[in-house]
Write a protein that binds this ligand. Structure first.
Ligand code: PEP
Ligand code: MN
Length: 374
């Protein structure tokens, strides 16, 4: 059960204390007070944990400071929308706004290889007025003989260059909790010139200890990638670990699922799940067309499959796009075949913006049609 307090009620108020005192009367039920950044306002929510099945909603609804009481139906209690009863969670991080009504592009390097390539990437982004990117320092690779990422060694130049080119948020995968400290230390040493969004890769989607550790820290928001070989429901439950550990600044990322039925793409593209995840959860939804498609094949119309699936995700309401670029893909140490060239950045951005406008038009059309029907 979630008790949503009215907008102006803060966690430390007597009104919240009153609700918590009432909760304490029920045996085996615990109250946890959380401050939530909603899409348009900050909310205080009280989560009732434990044996809540027999706890009635009415006594809580009677408090004047309570906006509503939500009976939880899905197993993902904290990130779930509970059939539309809980509102979307938006958040701002380092000047960038994330939410189910936002739209952000994160073009960048799959893996940081050299300072020269990183600088070329960031310069191209600055020319397009893009302040969000991806840059992998810690790479989870299928083979131990493959490039594993430069790790903490590259962080000083990545962060310094990010500051130089106005990058505000870098999505960066972590494969072990110790890397979170390395990132925090390197950012501090560089004078915090940028922000980092910690990425949980598909291979770690059910690494529950990593999820708990990343969920317990409050410095960085998290980009959670769905597991490539598990159901959507299992991925949502895994993502729930981040929120129950205390971090609610989460973006859920679709990146395809592994099956030969997706051939000739690297993964079966799952962007039809964008509206599903936005309906089931309070989280903004990201798509990763590069790791879904895995190659630069073009359609008969000349548009790359990567462009087509990006459009499919955006037209369905995606809030964020994580996409691989590289100044010299033939020399890239990881995922070169799926990287777009810097010369292709403008086309990618314009195409994505065009489809986003079409999505917003579709929403307006729906509103007009339902107003007419009413
Ligand atoms: C990545 O984004 O670099 C990555 C490894 O993706 P995924 O975890 O989706 O395979
Ligand atoms: Mn990759």
């Amino acid at each position: 059960m979630i008790i949503v307090m009215k907008s102006d009620v803060v966690p430390e108020s007597p009104e919240v204390e009153q609700v918590v005192r009432l909760v304490q009367r029920y045996p085996d039920v615990r109250a946890e007070v959380r401050k939530i950044q909603g899409a348009t306002r900050v909310l205080t929510e009280i989560y009732l944990l434990g044996s809540t099945a027999t706890v009635p909603v009415e006594p809580f609804e009677e408090f004047p400071a309570v906006e509503k009481v939500i009976r939880i139906r899905e197993r993902y209690r904290a990130i779930g929308r509970h059939e539309g009863q809980a509102e979307a969670i938006g958040f701002e991080y380092n000047g960038v706004r994330f939410g189910q009504d936002q739209f952000l592009l994160f073009p960048g390097l799959c893996a940081v290889d050299s300072a020269e390539n990183t600088e070329a990437m960031f310069r191209a982004l600055e020319e397009m007025n893009i302040t969000t990117t991806r840059a992998g320092a810690y790479k989870p690779r299928t083979s131990p003989y493959d490039f594993q990422g430069h790790g903490k060694v590259c962080l000083p130049f990545v962060f310094e260059l990010a500051g130089k080119y106005g990058i505000r948020v870098i999505a960066m995968e972590v494969t072990h909790e110790s890397q979170v400290d390395e990132i925090r230390d390197a950012l501090r040493a560089a004078g915090n010139p940028t922000g980092v969004m910690l990425q949980i890769g598909t291979r770690n989607a059910q690494n529950f200890e990593l999820l708990k550790a990343v969920g317990q820290q409050k410095d960085f928001p998290v980009l959670f990638k769905r597991g490539m070989g598990i159901t959507l429901d299992e991925s949502l439950n895994a993502c729930e670990y981040l929120a129950t550990s205390g971090n609610h600044r989460i973006v859920f990322c679709l990146r395809g699922v592994k099956t030969n039925f997706g051939d000739p793409h690297r993964n079966l593209v799952d962007f039809c799940h964008v509206p599903v995840v936005k309906r089931l959860t309070r989280l903004p939804v990201c798509i990763d067309p590069s790791h879904s498609v895995g190659k630069k094949s073009a359609g008969a119309d000349g548009l790359l499959d990567i462009h087509h699936v990006t459009a499919q995700g955006i037209i369905a309401g995606a809030n964020m796009v994580l996409v691989d670029f590289h100044p010299r893909p033939e020399q890239a140490l990881c995922d070169g075949p799926q990287a777009l060239l810097l010369e292709e950045l403008e086309h990618f951005v314009r195409d994505a913006e065009l489809v986003r406008r079409a999505y917003l038009d579709r929403c307006q059309l729906r509103e007009r049609m339902s107003a007419r029907a009413a």
